[in-house]
Design a binder for this molecule. Structure first.
Ligand code: GCB
Length: 638
């Protein structure tokens, strides 16, 4: 089975003088927003779809399925976009399918977009998992490696060739993982014909969530003028340091205006980079840390030449982030992460972006009194980060570096791909005030010797991309043997005492958790976040005295952890993130009963008993730390 080269990336050098470094990426990839000069057309809905069921999964390329309508080369079914394809049908082979699947949609492009040569038309895919190739009217326009991050291609000249025809978009997506993909995986062929049917193979993965695949985020067409604002970088520190890059003309006139929530101009400039000073600045504060959390200014960038005008408005939050030996500071005040780990995961749509789910999750997060989450174990949709910006929910932004367990995944090819993924992640998320830290990996085999060079390089690279945010990775390795910990700014540790270790023995938690913190802090003198802890609980299963998998056991385990957190948060523990916000789907395995059940909410977002334990705790923590005045909706009943 073929996955085209993981190298198709290094093209035009893209200069980020504000961040003082060079990114090897094409274009700024600003989130598509409508304005007086820009239009957006969503292509969500039903697409034609066909998995390539041939033995080598290559029939689509051999027979050039992209050259004609998909329905002309074989049977198609309707497939919703955005959504994972896995749980949409009743067919188990599609649920577990590995290889290329083909999507196609015909769309009418507004006549003005075609007739107006001054309009640039871009096709953008919010994300597709894992490797994608895109054709328009049979011509390849782009390919992209990696799920969870957007990619796009300008298609103006293509759609102008035959304006009378609809525009046919074909996207082939392959979910095959290799030792050099992120996350890594391997394909294992079973050749013993006495035990397995012809052609039988499995995909081995080293992470604990279902490898959902397909087009997961919106597909859009959007326009800009041919001279356009390509990127904006805002550095958020009581003043806004910014840089605007323009494409399509050597010179253009710029006007940058910073407006408050009421639309009043608070600062302006007409240079492509500079500083906007705000008098009486309203800072961006986390939820429950201020009466007006998530304050956003609007930075309007208006650029024009004699012929073209482009307008792009970027929401901007002004805040600082700093780390000391024992604290995490936001706007110079100690910030304690009391939050959750999540997944993009739900019934039927898998990892597909789903607005009702997103809004429900934010309501639950706020109900819980959580102030933060980690995007375990991959970048979440930009739409989710925009909600975090608006609601003041603090984010640890994680790349898909999960399951790096095999020594062969520490080689040069893996590392260069990992660096590119960090380039893409920082390029996409750099302007979000809610993002306060980058996480470059989850539970890699960081005790292996090559991990030292790997993480030193990766973390240094990430800091060069963005020197305003701390960098970490999530470890579950032994503190004495961890090779990457010297390079992180904050130590993030996952542990499952009395679950994976000493199962059933809650009494070990105080001693083992205390030792964990003392050991890590003693060796590295860096603040620590308990980045995962938890226990599976089947909703409605009860037993007292508590037994594993009951709601009582999950409660007792959490409370035992909390007792230790309460001692250590007075010293150097700066946060606790429960594993997990909600139950989620995994591969089938003997230790998973239809998925991972460590959620404090079910997959359908109903609370287990543990949700109430956490709710009481989080509101108490918020109240203690910031003495919440009456403006909060503090639930007095807790
Ligand atoms: C972990 C992993 C997470 C798993 C979790 C578990 O350490 O980071 O992906 O889902 O444990 O429940 O096993």
């Amino acid at each position: 089975m073929s996955v085209p080269g993981s190298s198709a990336v290094l093209r035009v050098l893209w200069l980020l003088s504000v961040f003082g470094t060079v990114l090897p990426l094409d274009g700024g990839m600003l989130f598509p927003r409508e304005s007086t000069s820009r239009e957006v057309k969503e292509l969500n809905g039903l697409w034609d779809f066909r998995p390539d069921g041939s033995l080598n999964r290559n029939e689509g390329f051999e027979k050039a399925w992209y050259k004609r309508r998909l329905a002309e080369t074989g049977p198609v079914i309707e497939m919703p976009v955005p959504a994972s394809y896995n749980d949409i049908t009743q067919d188990p082979t599609l649920r577990d399918f590995i290889g290329w699947v083909w999507y196609e949609r015909e769309v009418f492009v507004p006549a003005r977009w075609i007739s107006d040569e001054g309009t640039r038309v871009v096709l953008r895919v919010g994300s597709a998992h894992y490797y994608s190739i895109v054709w328009v009217n049979g011509e390849k326009v782009t390919e992209h490696e990696g799920g969870h991050l957007p990619f796009e291609a300008e298609i103006s000249s293509l759609i102008r060739r035959d304006p009378t025809k609809p525009c046919r978009i074909t996207i082939a997506v392959n979910n095959t993982l290799t030792l050099e993909t992120l996350p890594p995986g391997t394909i294992q062929y079973m050749n013993d014909r006495t035990r397995y049917p012809d052609g039988f193979f499995v995909q081995n993965i080293y992470f604990d969530f279902f490898n959902y695949a397909g087009i997961h985020r919106p597909v859009l067409l959007y326009t800009t003028p041919t001279v356009y604002v390509d990127d904006i970088i805002s550095l958020l520190k009581c003043l806004v340091r910014y840089k605007v890059s323009v494409q399509g003309a050597a010179t253009a006139t710029l006007k940058v205006t910073l407006m408050d929530k009421d639309g009043h101009c608070v600062a302006s400039s007409n240079t492509p980079s500079g500083v906007l000073k705000v008098v009486d600045v309203k800072l961006w504060w986390p939820y429950l840390m201020h009466e007006n959390p998530g304050y956003l200014y609007s930075m309007e960038v208006r650029q024009h030449t004699s012929t073209y005008e482009d307008v792009y408005t970027l929401p901007v939050g002004i805040r600082t982030v700093n780390v000391t030996k024992t604290q995490f500071l936001i706007n110079n005040k100690p910030f304690y992460f009391h939050g959750v780990n999540k997944h993009e995961d739900s019934d039927i749509r898998g990892k597909g972006l789903d607005w009702p789910l997103i809004v429900k999750d934010f309501n639950l997060i706020k109900w819980l009194g959580a102030n933060s989450f980690r995007t375990s174990h991959y970048p979440y949709a930009e739409e989710i980060l925009q909600m975090c910006d608006r609601h003041g929910i603090v984010v640890i932004d994680e790349c898909p570096g999960v399951g790096i367990k095999d020594i062969r995944s520490f080689g040069n090819a893996s590392l260069s791909h990992h660096l590119v993924v960090m380039d893409e992640l920082v390029r996409r998320d750099k302007n979000h005030p809610s993002v306060v830290m980058w996480s470059v990996a989850n539970e890699p085999a960081s005790e292996m010797p090559p991990a030292e060079f790997y993480f030193k390089t990766l973390i240094k690279h990430t800091k060069a991309l963005d020197h305003t945010r701390p960098v970490t990775y999530i470890t579950d390795s032994n503190y004495a043997r961890d090779k990457g910990a010297p390079f992180v700014d904050v130590v993030c540790v996952n542990s499952y005492f009395s679950w994976y270790h000493d199962p059933g023995h809650l009494e070990v938690i105080p001693i083992q958790l205390n030792a964990q913190f003392e050991n890590w802090y003693g060796k590295y003198k860096k603040p620590i976040i308990q980045s995962e802890y938890g226990a599976d609980a089947l909703p409605g299963l009860h037993m007292d005295p508590p037994m594993m998998f009951t709601e009582e056991y999950q409660n007792a385990l959490l409370q035992s952890y909390h007792d230790v957190f309460d001692q250590k948060r007075k010293q150097y523990v700066i946060g606790e993130l429960i594993w997990n916000f909600a139950d989620f789907m995994t591969a089938q395995a003997i230790h998973r009963v239809v998925g991972n059940k460590k959620g404090i909410f079910t997959r359908q977002r109903q609370p287990k008993a543990a949700a109430f334990i956490l709710r009481r705790r989080y509101w108490r923590l918020a109240n203690e730390t910031w003495r919440l005045p009456p403006w909060t909706k503090y639930p007095c009943s807790l």
